[in-house]
Design a protein around this ligand. Structure first.
Ligand SMILES: [Zn+2]
Length: 387
C-alpha cells in the first residue's frame, strides 16, 4: 500500500497520504476482539511458514487514476468544512468508500494476501493539516470496514482463501529526531507524549475496527517508530491481548541510511525489543537499490523479513518507471536468494505489479528467521553488538 511522498530534506517533512481500510466482521467486545486477534495471529503465522506472502501495492497511485475534485473529497458531509480537503486521501474512506474498497478488491484479485488500510495519515497530527483531527476514530474505522468488505468478497469468491487486513500506521509529518528549523537545531515541532497519544488513538481505532495486524511503515525517524511501538504495546497491555506488529523502515539515500541517519543494523537493534512479527524495508529506493540492505536485514532478523519497494526511483516528474516485469524480476531474485517472507509494492505500484510479483515468488521457499542469540545489542547511528 501506500503513497508516501517521502521528504527530500529533513527540514520539509511532509506526507500527503496513504491508504487502507477494513472490516465488516467487526468484533465489538474485548473478548471477541481478543479471540479475533488470536485467530488472526495464528493464521498469519501459518501463512508465513507455508510460503512467501503477498502484500498489496500503492493506494495513492490507484486513487490518482480517479479524477477527483475538491467536491469529491468533501462529499455532502464536508461541504462546509473550513479547510481544503483535496489530497486528503484518507478522507475518501468516508466520502468515497466505493473507490477505496474497489482498489482493495483489485489487489486481492491480483493475488495479495494482505491489504493495508487507507490510514497512512489517519492520526490527529497528520490530519491537523486539514483541520480534520476530530475525524481520526471514524477515518480508521471506515478504512478498516472498506478493506474488510473487500476481503470478505475475495474470500467468498474463492472458498478456502484467507484474506488479511493490516492497519497501516504512517510516520507522521512531524518528527521527534529532527528540527524543522535550520536555525534552531534543538527545536522539535512535536513532543514524545503527543506522538504517543496520536498513535494510541489511531491504533485503538484500527484494533477495534478489526484489523488482523498492525503495520508501522515508511519509518524515516526511528524515534517516531519507537513512540508508535510504545503506544501499541501500552494499548495491548490495556486490552489484554496482542496482534502481530509489522515494522517497515525506509532508506532514503544510497549510503544505506534512514533520514534520521541510522544504518539498517542500527535500526534493527533499535526496534528489536518490540518483538515484532516482521521487520522490513519499503518505499523510497527501488528494489534494485535496496538489495544490500535487505540482504543485511535477512542476515540479522529473528522475525520475518518484508520488502515492498517503490516501482523504481522517482523520475523527474515524480512518477515511477519500473514495469511489473522489472519489479517482479528484482523481488523474485530476493525470494530466490532467501531474503524475504513477504513482498509487495509501495509508491507507483499497481495490481499489475502485484500480479507479476506473485508469479515471480510462487513456489519459492520463504526465509527462515535467524535463531535468537542472547547478545547486548545497542544502537546509535551504527549498531554495537556485544557478544
Ligand atoms: Zn512509498
Amino acid at each position: 500500500m501506500s503513497i508516501c511522498n517521502l521528504p527530500v530534506l529533513a527540514v520539509s517533512v511532509y506526507f500527503l497520504e496513504d491508504s487502507h481500510m477494513s472490516a465488516s466482521t467487526r468484533p465489538v467486545t474485548t473478548a471477541a476482539l481478543s479471540a479475533f486477534a488470536k485467530a488472526s495471529a495464528d493464521a498469519l503465522h501459518a501463512l508465513f511458514e507455508q510460503r512467501i506472502t503477498l502484500l498489496d501495492g500503492a493506494m495513492g497511485t490507484m486513487i490518482q487514476q480517479h479524477p477527483l475534485s475538491e467536491a469529491d473529497f468533501r462529499g455532502e458531509r464536508f461541504k462546509g468544512h473550513p479547510h481544503d480537503l483535496k489530497g486528503n486521501n484518507d478522507l475518501l474512506s468516508l466520502t468515497r468508500p466505493d473507490i477505496i474498497e474497489g482498489i482493495h478488491s483489485q489487489y486481492f484479485a491480483a493475488g495479495a494476501d494482505i491489504v493495508e488500510t487507507n490510514t497512512f495519515n489517519s492520526t490527529s497530527i497528520s490530519q491537523a493539516d486539514y483541520q480534520a483531527e476530530f475525524l481520526v476514530p471514524e477515518l480508521n474505522a471506515a478504512a478498516v470496514a472498506a478493506a474488510r468488505r473487500a476481503a470478505q468478497k475475495a474470500e467468498a469468491a474463492t472458498p478456502g482463501r484467507r484474506c488479511f487486513v493490516a492497519g497501516a500506521i504512517g510516520p507522521l509529518n512531524r518528527t521527534l529526531s529532527m528540527s524543522p528549523d535550520v536555525n534552531r537545531p534543538d527545536y522539535r515541532a512535536v513532543t514524545w507524549d503527543q506522538v504517543v497519544a496520536a498513535y494510541t488513538e489511531q491504533a485503538r481505532a484500527l484494533i477495534q475496527g478489526g484489523v488482523d495486524a498492525l503495520l508501522v511503515e515508511t519509518i524515516f525517524d526511528t524515534l517516531n517508530s519507537k513512540a508508535a511501538v510504545f503506544a501499541i504495546d501500552t494499548l495491548f497491555d490495556e486490552l489484554g491481548f496482542r496482534l502481530p506488529v509489522m515494522i517497515s523502515v525506509t532508506i532514503t539515500d544510497a549510503s544505506g541510511r534512514t533520514l534520521s541517519g541510522q544504518t539498517i543494523g542500527a535500526f534493527y537493534n533499535s526496534i528489536r525489543h518490540a518483538n515484532p512479527f516482521s521487520v522490513g524495508i519499503n518505499c523510497a529506493l527501488g528494489g534494485r537499490q535496496m538489495r544490500p540492505y535487505i540482504e543485511e536485514l535477512a542476515r540479522l532478523a529473528e522475525c520475518y523479513v518484508t520488502c515492498y519497494p517503490n516501482a523504481g526511483l522517482p523520475n523527474a516528474f515524480g512518477g515511477y518507471d519500473e514495469s511489473p516485469a522489472d519489479m517482479a524480476g528484482v523481488l523474485g531474485e530476493f525470494a530466490a536468494a532467501g531474503f524475504v517472507n513477504m513482498v509487495g509494492g509501495c509508491c507507483g505500484s499497481t495490481p499489475a505489479h502485484i500480479a507479476a510479483i506473485a508469479a515471480a515468488v510462487r513456489g519459492k521457499t520463504p526465509r527462515q528467521p535467524v535463531a535468537h542469540t542472547p547478545e547486548m545489542r545497542l544502537s546509535g547511528l551504527e549498531p554495537l553488538t556485544v557478544a
